[in-house]
Design a protein around this ligand. Structure first.
Ligand SMILES: Nc1ncnc2c1ncn2[C@@H]1O[C@H](COP(=O)(O)OP(=O)(O)O)[C@@H](O)[C@H]1O
Ligand SMILES: [Mg+2]
Length: 413
């Protein structure tokens, strides 16, 4: 019987709030979990940026990564550590690096998911490179963007094929507007996508390992009100469908911390954006839902490190394609994909582990999210984003919503 220490690294950029809460909560819990005769304890540390020897040992068992999609020194360090030190990282760095929105659409279309009709178009302009002129002259086919719009039917959405953060997204109502949007798109490689219209609901499903949170999203609201407080807006069938869709995407791409966005039209949920492997995790967006995220990250990271579950380094898509090529109706196929996901993400074992070792997390989190330390964490994020004159008002707003969670859902757990 030995004491085993598991070290969890947080690879961070702009995130302030959830890491503070995660660290505080881990400290309050002071976990000592019996696993196979050992007692496993947990240490959390923030990953620093510094030169490293490629053969240098990595001391972390897991890294929760929120940085490496744009900070490449850390991305390469993470890839090295996965290859050489058995590091478990949320999310798979190769998948994150190479799977754009476009790839995620293609894969899920092939699995039968109802992705809106989408075209990709070559960019309107280019950086000058030596072979550009001859390549375009020889091979670029003249085309009329109007015929793409006509094929799709208006309204359409023009947006970058690699997406992220609502950059360069335009809703287009007619051909003249499509021409203007294309002219304005510059060097970006764009999708033109049939708009989900009319639509009566928008959901963001946040997935952490096999845990899911369904948030009703109001695109037209100001930023601080977009994640609504509604929790009862899906019936059981819809919830199952969205859970299975998110599990499928996440297990297919090796994203264990991702979000799926879908819009409902005429009773059908159409996924529009699910390559979000660094999903919005700020208390200033999530507020009411924020404690769920902190607890979900804590549970999944503790489970993975305590059990020593190895990270799946390669993606292995064949099992999904085997189901995709059958004649089964889509709903049945989706259940099949989700069963693969449940196996790969060890849903049943995870739930059993949580019931056995982490049943007090809800109560400790409930206490913590009423504490001065938690409020200070919220305030720090608000201070980073809002003008000085609005800090008090917005700290109270987000804190108030966390207290609403404590008074209702949070206390019932
Ligand atoms: N097909 C669509 N139909 C209707 N609205 C859409 C569609 N695609 C995108 N949008 C709107 O544009 C927003 C940004 O598009 P999204 O694909 O989520 O890009 P990003 O990767 O920038 O988040 C969505 O939240 C939604 O409001
Ligand atoms: Mg989006």
């Amino acid at each position: 019987m030995a004491d085993v220490n598991k070290k969890i690294g947080l690879s961070l950029g702009a995130d302030l709030c959830w890491p503070l809460c995660y660290e505080d909560l881990m400290k309050s819990l002071d976990l000592a979990i019996p696993v196979g005769g050992d007692t496993v304890r947990f240490e959390v540390e923030r990953v620093s940026i510094e030169p490293y020897d490629l053969r240098q040992h990595c001391s972390y068992d897991m890294v929760i990564d929120r940085l490496t999609h744009w900070y490449h020194t850390s991305r390469e360090w993470i890839k090295k550590a996965v290859l050489m030190d058995d590091l478990y990282v949320l999310n798979n760095p190769w998948s994150l690096q190479s799977m754009e929105k476009q790839t995620s659409y293609c894969a899920m279309i092939q699995l039968g998911m109802p992705i809106p009709e989408t075209w990709m178009v070559p960019p309107k302009s280019y950086d000058p490179t030596p072979d550009l002129r001859s390549t375009l002259h020889r091979y670029a086919k003249l085309f009329d963007i109007g015929s793409v719009g006509e094929d799709l039917g208006y309204p359409v959405i023009m947006k970058p094929y690699d997406g992220g953060g609502w950059r360069a997204v335009t809703r287009v109502e007619d051909e003249a507007a499509l021409r203007r949007a294309y002219e304005a798109s510059g060097k970006l490689v764009m999708h033109v996508q049939r708009a989900v219209h009319p639509s009566d609901a928008f959901v963001r499903v946040i997935g952490v390992g096999p845990q899911m949170r369904f948030v009703k999203y109001d695109v037209d609201a100001p930023l601080h009100d977009r994640y609504t407080l509604e929790t009862d807006f899906l019936d059981a069938d819809e919830e199952a469908l969205l859970r299975e869709s998110t599990m499928t995407v996440n297990s297919f791409f090796g994203w264990e911390y991702n979000s799926l966005e879908a819009m409902r039209s005429d009773g059908t949920w159409l996924p529009i954006d699910f390559a979000n492997a660094c999903p919005d995790s700020q208390v200033t967006s999530l507020h009411y839902h924020f404690p769920w995220l902190v607890k979900a990250l804590l549970r999944w990271s503790v489970y993975c490190t305590a059990t020593g579950r190895p990270m799946r380094r390669t993606l292995d898509w064949d099992a999904y394609y085997e189901i995709a090529k059958t004649d089964a109706p889509y709903r049945e196929k989706l259940r099949g994909y989700a069963a693969i996901a449940d196996e790969r993400l060890e849903t049943a074992d995870f739930e059993e582990f949580c019931a056995k070792h982490l049943s007090h997390v809800d109560e400790v989190a409930w206490e913590y999210f009423g504490s001065e330390a938690a409020k200070t964490a919220v305030r720090q994020k608000v201070e980073a984003l809002y003008p000085a004159g609005e800090v008090e008002e917005f700290t109270e707003l987000f804190w108030g919503r966390i207290q609403t969670w404590r008074d209702g859902e949070g206390s019932a757990q």
